[in-house]
Design a protein around this ligand. Structure first.
Ligand SMILES: [Ca+2]
Ligand SMILES: [Ca+2]
Length: 282
């Protein structure tokens, strides 16, 4: 009887942990050359297709570190262009702690990347309202404000100010352990990790080129970060001839640590069960 209870708890623990599935995209389900003109709707647990005003094409010609097919996206001109995708709230509870990871590579960073309006940007938001996002960061061709230098990763840290008072001065360069920023280099794959803690409106950002990791932790989310969310990447130039090109791969959005807690319950129950078995040995 007790053993069946332990079994039930174990199954329940692992079962509940499995309720919140990960959201993933590695572009392996598409053929090379597939672009936004035919729905890019693969991956796992997304609620819509990849959409946007950039040109985006699945490629395998210059794999990122993680390998296999990836999405190459590009835009020319001074308008802000975007690549976005909606995520299901039933698969990741965006009111609970969760982590975004993805690989990203800038493929065009020439001398035209020279102005604060020259941008590669990353964010999440409620795509219907453009609000309630949690993270916002980017690379700018020149200083975005008082706390960024340009040409390096900079993250938006709202601090204690209201959401509405957006200011470029709240972009802060990410720094390594020696307080140095990481100059962004074309052709380098960057491994990006975003931890979001909606309960306390905080987020952390870690970016590694495989050798150096720059980061900023304990930032205030730029929005509430608690509604159905879209993952987004923007491109922008400051002149009509500016071309931005980048590659994206190996995206995972994973809930935590609620899942880890449930897994822990299941694991502890199993340990208890095994200990009992040992105790009852003749
Ligand atoms: Ca891939
Ligand atoms: Ca420019």
């Amino acid at each position: 009887m007790k053993n069946s209870l332990i079994y039930t708890l174990t199954v329940l623990g692992f079962g509940l942990a499995g309720v919140h599935a990960d959201i993933r995209e590695d572009f392996s389900s598409y053929t090379v050359g597939h672009d936004l003109t035919t729905p890019l709707d693969g991956g796992m647990n997304w609620s819509g297709d990849w959409t946007g005003t950039v040109t985006a094409t699945v490629s395998d010609s210059a794999e990122l570190d993680s390998g296999g097919r990836y999405l190459s996206y590009t835009a020319t001109g001074s308008a802000t262009t975007s690549l976005t995708r909606n995520m299901l709230t039933t698969d990741v509870d965006f009111g609970e702690n969760h982590t975004f990871t993805f690989d990203w590579r800038p493929d065009a960073l020439d001398s035209s990347f020279n102005n604060t309006s020259d941008r590669y940007e990353f964010y999440n938001e409620d795509l219907s309202t453009g609000e309630n996002g949690s993270f916002l960061f980017g690379i700018f061709g020149a200083s975005r404000g008082a706390n960024s230098t340009g040409g390096v990763f900079a993250a938006y840290d709202r601090g204690t100010d209201p959401v509405e008072t957006f200011s470029g001065d709240r972009y802060f360069d990410l720094l390594d352990g020696s307080l140095q920023p990481l100059t962004v280099v074309a052709g380098t794959t960057y491994h990006i990790t975003v931890d979001v803690r909606p309960g306390v409106s905080e987020w952390d950002l870690f970016i590694s080129d495989g050798i150096t990791t720059v980061f900023r932790t304990g930032m205030t989310t730029w929005g509430a970060g608690n509604s159905e969310e879209g993952f987004g990447l923007n491109l922008r130039g400051n002149t009509g001839s500016d071309t931005r090109t980048a590659s994206l791969d190996s995206i995972a959005i994973v809930p935590e640590p609620g899942t880890m807690l449930l897994m822990g319950i299941a694991f502890c129950t199993l340990v208890l069960f095994r200990c009992r078995k040992v105790t009852f040995k003749p």
